[in-house]
Structures are given as C-alpha cells and as structure tokens.
Design a protein around this ligand. Structure first.
Ligand code: FDA
Length: 497
C-alpha cells in the first residue's frame, strides 16, 4: 500500500528474485515482491491455466494484438494470428536488432522455458564469471541450485523406446554418424510424470506440446519449487500486476519505490509509493538493465556505475531446422521438453539442443537451438526523445553464431545428404537469427556491481539476476543465475544486515 515501509523489496519473481526473497525471509526479514505479470493460478475458460503452443490465445502474449511466434512460418506460410491484448505470459520484446523472449508472471522465465537445467562444464566457468571462485560454485552453490530446482535426467532406457523422443533419437543417431558427442541434458520436468503422460494415464502437458505459453502439469517451474517455500516462511507478500517504475533515495534513508498497478490491458490504474531499506533488482537481464539505465540517465540514481547497461549478450542463441529423408521421421508426437544436445563447444564454439517441433504432424524436420560462443556484446542506452531504453545489438552480429552452428550442421548435412529447412523463419530463410531466449548482462558482476551484486554508488541496492552475467554461460543459463544468486545472497545476509 502507498506509504508503506518495507525492509526489503524485490523487483521481479524469476530465479534471482525468488532466491533473494526466500533467503531473506528465512533470515527473519519481511519481504515485498513486485511482479508486473500475472499470478497464473486461475484456469481460463478451457479449464486450463496455460494455453497450448498450437492454439495461442490472449494468455500467450504480453500486451500484443498478434502473436509473435519464434518460428514464424511453416512451409513458408506465416502462422501468426490476431489475439486480444492481454497481460499474457510470453513477452516478445522488440529492440532494433533483436527480439528478446521473456516470461511474465509469478515465476518469471520459469513459466515459459524448456526447463533445461544445465551446469556449465567447469573448464568453461572462467569465461562465464571470471571474478567468481569456481570452487565455491561447484562445491556449494551449483549443488544447492540443482537441489532446490529439482533437476533430474531422463531415464535413458525409457528414452530409447518412447515415441515422443523419436526426434531426439534421430538427433543422437545423426550426431554420432558425424562424430559429434550427444549428451543427455538435465531438466526440471517431472520425468515420472512424463512417463505417465506417454502411457496415457494422466493429463498431458509435455507430451501435448505445451511449451512457450506455460506448462499445465509436469514442469517444476518456480511456482512448484521456490515459491511455495517462500510462502511457507509467512514473511513474504507478493503483488502481481504491479510494475516498478522508479527507485530513488528517500529523504529519511532507504529508497522510494514507485509502482504502477496494472489492469489486464496493461494500463496503469494506480501508482503507489513505498519506502524500502533495501531493493533487489531481479527484473531479468533486460528488465533490470532498462530500469537502471533509465534511473541513471534521468537523475534518479545518478551515481550508478558507468558500466550500467553494458556487457549484454544473447548467449549466442541461433535456431535452425534440417530436412530429413523419409527414413528419419522425427515423429508426429514430440515431447516439448528437450533432453539432449550436441556438444561441439571446445572445437567449434557451439552446443546445440536437439529441440522438438511439436506441431502434431510428421514434419521430417530436425530442429535445433544452438548456444554459441558469440563474442559480440551490446549496450543499453537511454533515448530521451522516445523516453525508452534502446539496445545496440545488430542482427548482423549473429553471424559468428551461424558460423559456429554450421560447424555441426554443415557436417551432419554432408553425412546425411540432407539440406537445411528454409521455411521456418520466413520464405527462403534458414537461420533463426532474429531472437534470443537467453538475455544476459547489463549490470555485470564486478563491473556495475561489486563481486556480490551490490550496485556501485548506492548501499542497499543490489542486482541479483541474469543481468550480472556478462553475456554467455556456454549452456542454458537458469542454473547459473540461481547458483550465483544463492552465492551472493549468502554473502549479503552475512555482512550487510
Ligand atoms: P526472469 O526473466 O526469470 O524474471 C524477471 C521477472 O521480473 C519477470 O517475471 C518479469 O515479469 C519481472 N519484471 C520485469 N520488469 C519488472 C518491473 N519493472 N516491475 C516488476 N516486475 C518486473 N533457460 C534455461 O536455463 N533452460 C531452458 O530450457 C530455457 N528455455 C527458455 C525458453 C524460453 C522460451 C525463454 C523465454 C527462456 C528460456 N530460458 C531457459 C531462459 C531463462 O528462462 C532465463 O534465463 C531466466 O528466466 C532468467 O532469470 P532471471 O531471474 O534473470 O529473470
């Protein structure tokens, strides 16, 4: 409520925000969490909380009147359609050179993501977070994050036989035939539940192709892991459909936080002002970077570091499809949860997830999301003319990612005598080089903050999300975001309270 005073305010309810809130509350501190998206706890007219991938509706997109599907075309035909404007779950946020997909709602990206929960190889860690001691991460914080998130691995024997992973078995076979290692990738999906889905004994979500717009049953999003533990402390209040618009020093100490309450059309219905002793920025790489860039440029927090907004990367994401021969059918039913990848990081700078194309029909396509060692980094800046934050990323900066992904797929195409699909991202367009699912950086650890996420210039302000990581994690990022947040909050509780 307006005028309230809270010890800790957390902006955002994704991985970083949940870690901060849980540990602060367990330490006996009252916490207010602010989330601009919805709570996602109420079924729609179809009896389900989340919409299916094949039938997007108003629940699917954040404040859009037309869907913006990552795969925009099929057989060259555009597949986007009109939907009512609504505070839906997936934000396709458009900057000049890239679309950044993000989750909106209680649980942040955990609501929409594939749940792939990958700890980077230790030999790559020095390039991911150069100022962090790998021993503490690999001995303490990665294990803690994996255990809290409920990370598990597909049963390889079941994988070998089940219809819904035929696409991944084709991916494994073809990787092997070209001499690339295929690795199983851990995930937070409840694998016992998926076995029952495949057997037809429980309501389906992964096997019904649910991904991108939420998962109704088997995925252990933050709503099933950190959030119940947060609520069990009795010390945390969560306000959804509330968006933080300003943070500035309060005259009597602490910070004044301005918050717009939104309706489901995205309009601000009221503005609230609260005071907080400490504020954690956990609005995601883009959300935190946008807020901090704007607050520094507009004089609300002028002493923030000149490193704010810098060091942003796309985790080298690039997508591609390949057309298989008829004997390598990938299956009409594909589990929406990927469980394997092709590792050519050391030799070619690419780690490619063998991803599903859950269309419900046989497509003979193999589809991949590659994470690559793309060296390009962009910067956020305040645009006073538009009152918005711009991002300097350019589409052409994906070329290194395409080149790295080609180290895998040119070879597979040569071995299999197959070609790339050119009908998934437009007409005659092979590479999905217009987007990322993995925004990272903008308030880089040890640059814009100290080595634990304390924002330079303002005691009591912290960044604790993907904004801390300088652009690349070599694998899918949320386990690293969670583990780093666990590390930082432990230090902050021990020394700042
Ligand atoms: P996160 O983005 O999770 O949370 C930020 C929250 O803050 C959001 O809920 C947002 O609404 C809220 N917010 C923003 N601004 C605000 C404001 N001003 N006021 C109030 N609230 C605000 N990763 C992975 O490891 N494995 C995977 O399989 C995938 N797959 C995948 C698929 C898709 C489609 C997407 C979009 C993303 C993935 N990811 C992924 C990425 C992963 O989901 C992502 O890296 C994390 O969610 C980032 O966690 P953070 O805590 O940084 O922010």
């Amino acid at each position: 409520q307006t005028g309230a005073h809270v010890p800790v305010l957390v902006i955002g309810t994704g991985y970083g925000g949940c870690v901060a809130a849980l540990r602060m509350a367990q330490h006996g501190v009252d916490v207010q969490m602010i989330e601009m998206g919805m709570a996602w706890d109420t079924p729609g007219a179809d009896g389900k909380i989340f919409a299916n991938t094949t039938t997007p509706d108003q629940r699917s997109y954040w404040l859009r009147t037309r869907t913006k599907q990552p795969l925009s075309n099929f057989l060259g035909f555009p597949i986007d359609k009109d939907i009512p404007r609504y505070t839906g779950i997936l934000d396709a946020e458009e900057f000049a050179g890239i679309i950044v997909y993000q989750g909106r709602g209680l649980g942040g990206g955990s609501l929409v993501n594939g749940g792939m929960a990958v700890t980077p190889k230790r030999e790559n860690f020095g390039a991911i977070l150069p100022t962090v001691n790998p021993d503490e991460m690999y001995n303490t914080y990665y294990p803690r994050a994996n255990s809290e998130l409920g990370v598990g691995l597909v049963d390889p024997a079941w994988f070998d036989t089940v219809d819904c992973y035929q696409f991944a078995r084709v991916g494994r076979k073809q990787a092997g035939r070209s001499g690339f290692p295929f690795v199983f990738v851990p995930d937070v999906y409840d694998w016992d539940y998926m076995k029952q889905e495949a057997a037809g004994t429980v309501p389906k979500s992964a096997v019904a192709g649910e991904i991108l717009y939420g998962n109704n049953y088997g995925k252990k999003s933050l709503q099933k892991t950190y959030v119940p533990r947060i609520m069990a402390t009795g010390r945390v209040n969560i306000s959804t459909l509330h968006k933080v618009t300003s943070v500035s020093p309060a005259s009597g100490g602490g910070y004044t936080v301005l918050i717009d309450q939104l309706n489901t059309n995205g309009d601000a219905v009221t503005t609230k002002s609260v005071t907080a002793d400490r504020v954690f920025f956990a609005a995601g790489s883009v959300g935190t970077s946008k807020l901090l860039t704007m607050l520094k440029a507009t004089g609300k927090l002028p002493n923030l570091s000149s490193e704010i907004g810098k060091g942003w990367g796309d985790n080298g994401n690039v997508m591609v499809g390949r057309a298989n021969w008829w004997w390598d059918a990938t299956g009409a039913v594909q589990a929406s949860i990927p469980c394997g990848g092709i590792d050519n990081w050391a030799a070619g700078g690419a780690f490619a997830e063998v991803a599903p194309l859950p269309t419900g029909i046989e497509t003979y396509a193999s589809f991949y999301l590659s994470i690559t060692k793309n060296p390009n980094r962009a910067e956020f800046s305040w645009n006073a003319a538009t009152n918005k934050v711009d991002l300097s990323w350019q589409t052409a900066w994906k070329q290194p990612s395409i080149d790295m992904a080609k180290t895998i797929f040119d070879k597979i195409n040569a071995t299999e005598a197959t070609i790339y699909r050119s009908d998934l991202f437009g007409v005659n367009k092979i590479w999905g080089d217009h987007l990322t699912y993995h925004p990272l950086g903008g308030a880089v650890l040890g640059k814009a903050t100290d080595n634990y996420g304390r924002l330079n210039g303002y005691p009591g302000l912290y960044a604790i999300d993907g904004s801390l990581i300088p652009g690349n994690t070599s694998v899918n990022p949320f386990v690293t975001i969670t583990a780093l947040a666990e590390r930082n909050i432990e230090k902050i509780i021990a020394t700042d309270l």
